[in-house]
Ligand binder design. Structure first.
Ligand SMILES: *[C@@H]1O[C@H](CO)[C@@H](O)[C@H](O)[C@H]1NC(C)=O
Ligand SMILES: *[C@@H]1O[C@H](CO)[C@@H](O)[C@H](O)[C@H]1NC(C)=O
Length: 164
C-alpha cells in the first residue's frame, strides 16, 4: 500500500493555510493516484467518533457509517458493489474505505464527514485510463520474428557444424 497517499504540493499549501485560519488546525488533502481497474484505499481516521459520511464532490453518497455500521442505501449507482470497508478497523475510528475497480467516473474529491462540525477528511482521487498499446503489440511481433531468425541462423550454424 506504499505510495497510495501522496500530498500534491501545488494546491496542498493554499488549502492547508485556509483551514489553519478558519479552524486553527492544519488539515491536509490526501492525493490518491490510480490507474483504471485498480483498487484504492480512501483514508479516514478520527478518534472518539463512531459515525462518518462519505461523499463524492459533496453531492453523491458513497456510503454512510453510523455507529459502527455501514449503510449503502443512499449510495449513488457508480459505487454499486465497488465499496468495501474494514470491519475490524471501524471501532478504532478508522473509517477508511476501499474503492474497487476504479474508473474515470470516480475521479474527484472525496470527503469523509463527521457529525458536529469537525473538519472532514479530504481525498482527491485521480484515475488514469489506459489505452490499448497497439504499437507495443507490433513491436513484440517484430521481436518474436527476430528471435525466430536468430534461432534459424543458429540452427543452421549447428547443422553446418554437424555435417562437417
Ligand atoms: C486504517 O485501516 C487501513 C486498512 O486496514 C490501514 O491501511 C490504515 O493504515 C489504517 N489507518 C490508521 C490510521 O490506522
Ligand atoms: C467532481 O469534481 C472534480 C474535481 O473538481 C471534477 O473534475 C469532476 O468532473 C466532478 N465530477 C462530477 C460528476 O461532478
Amino acid at each position: 500500500m506504499r505510495g497510495l497517499t501522496i500530498i500534491y504540493r501545488h494546491w496542498f499549501f493554499p488549502l492547508c493555510i485556509a483551514l489553519l485560519i478558519n479552524e486553527a488546525l492544519v488539515k491536509c488533502v490526501h492525493m490518491v493516484h490510480a490507474v483504471a481497474g485498480q483498487t484504492v484505499i480512501l483514508p479516514c481516521y478520527t478518534q472518539a467518533i463512531s459515525s462518518a459520511y462519505w461523499r463524492y464532490n459533496d453531492s453523491r453518497t458513497v456510503c454512510d457509517i453510523v455507529k459502527g455500521k455501514v449503510y449503502f442505501d443512499e449510495q449513488h449507482s457508480v459505487y454499486k458493489d465497488k465499496v468495501d470497508y474494514f470491519p475490524e478497523e471501524l471501532r478504532k475510528g478508522n473509517f477508511s474505505i476501499k474503492l474497487l475497480d476504479v474508473n474515470s467516473a470516480h475521479q474527484g474529491i472525496y470527503t469523509c464527514n463527521f457529525p458536529n462540525t469537525l473538519i472532514p477528511e479530504i481525498t482527491y482521487l485521480i484515475v488514469k485510463e489506459v489505452r490499448p498499446r497497439v504499437q507495443k503489440a507490433v513491436f513484440y511481433s517484430g521481436d518474436t520474428r527476430l528471435h525466430a531468425h536468430i534461432f534459424l541462423l543458429f540452427s543452421g550454424v549447428l547443422l553446418g557444424l554437424y555435417s562437417i
